[in-house]
Ligand binder design. Structure first.
Ligand SMILES: Nc1nc2c(ncn2[C@@H]2O[C@H](COP(=O)(O)OP(=O)(O)OP(=O)(O)O)[C@@H](O)[C@H]2O)c(=O)[nH]1
Length: 313
């Protein structure tokens, strides 16, 4: 994940050695993944409010604990991608997990290994990364059942650690964070601490508009355009105002992007706004501008904005 390293330079990091890395949180539906993330990415932390796309995974939240920055990823494609957004984001089954430093499997200890949990354990066997297990909802089960479940799961996969937690009341969650903070590799933080909240969402929004642009104009505008989100303003009435710029390289391309009487840009804007409203579950006011910027394709900054590594050669 070298592209994120590029961003790390401006992070407000604590003194002393820092740790950082990606944790893929997986588990059957209803295991308590969202509840756990809300807790772990809680008070001290900035949450990425919506689902966010990096190259292959979905960043759900970024937590800081001691000197570590822990980036939690969702890997929705492992099972049945239910939501449209999930499907759109999943490029390959274990996509996100491949880039994770640690894979954390969350199991509902009341349900045990029935159904999906067993299938996931099976498929985890061949995954090379360090794996940990968290048995959730321990407030609902007896201790001896928990121990039996822990050893049953460890027969499938040799977990580095097994935690017993309650995402709901917080029990055991600090232990998980202590472990992650010290086990993730030493290195600079991936994201600036104070810029976490909407930066990735801006990228996702730009990506959606770029897709609409491409769908409509790919024959005329092959690779000569790119989209940036310039403004993101949450409004009191619950809506959001998003301003984006479509960069093209030449005046002739600007004409194409606008279309006759602005028809192309209007259609792109409508399609993008619709999808953004669905994803964000709020009213979106989208404003698109087309600007000519020569040679944007040679500008490393533009690549970084898109979360891409700048090809050196
Ligand atoms: N008793 C108890 N309930 C919990 C705990 N953690 C989560 N829950 C409940 O379990 C249900 C499912 O939790 P979610 O966090 O939505 O589960 P999820 O894994 O994100 O589910 P999907 O988004 O469907 O994959 C909710 O009703 C939670 O309140 C826990 O530690 N104890």
């Amino acid at each position: 994940m070298t592209e994120e390293h590029d961003i790390a330079g401006s992070a407000a990091e604590p003194a002393g050695p820092t740790h950082s890395g990606f944790v893929a949180l997986i588990g059957p539906t209803n295991a308590g993944k969202s509840t756990l993330l809300n807790r772990l990415v809680g008070a001290k932390v900035s949450i990425v409010s919506h689902k966010v796309q990096t190259t292959r995974a979905v960043i759900r939240g970024i937590a800081t604990h001691d000197n570590a920055q822990i980036v939690f990823m969702d890997t929705p494609g492992i099972f049945k991608p239910r939501r449209r957004l999930d499907r759109a984001m999943v490029t390959s089954a274990w996509g996100g997990a491949k880039d994770a430093d640690i894979i954390m499997l969350l199991i509902d200890s009341e349900r045990g290994l029935r159904g999906d949990a067993e299938k996931i354990l099976e498929s985890l066997k061949d995954v090379p990364q360090r794996k940990i297990l968290a048995l959730n909802k321990i407030d609902r089960v007896k201790r001896e059942d928990l121990l039996a479940l822990a050893s049953a799961a460890n027969e499938y996969v040799a977990f580095d650690q097994t935690f017993m937690i309650s995402a709901e009341n917080g029990s055991g969650c600090d232990d998980v964070m202590d472990y992650l903070a010290k086990t993730l590799p030493e290195g600079p933080w991936y994201y600036p601490e104070d810029q976490i909240s909407d930066l990735p969402m801006r990228q996702l929004a730009a990506e959606i508009t770029r897709e609409k642009l491409f769908l409509r104009l790919h024959q005329e505008l092959p690779y000569a355009s790119h989209v940036e989100t310039e403004k993101w303003e949450e409004r009191k009435d619950g809506s959001v105002r998003i301003e984006q710029v479509i960069y093209v390289e030449r005046d002739s391309q600007k004409k194409i992007a606008l279309g006759k009487n602005g028809e192309a840009i209007k259609a792109i804007s409508t399609a993008s706004r619709k999808e953004l409203s669905e994803i964000l579950e709020q009213t979106v006011h989208l404003f698109l501008f087309v600007k000519v910027r020569e040679n944007w394709g040679d500008d490393p900054e533009r690549f970084r904005e898109m979360g891409l590594e700048f090809p050196r050669q």
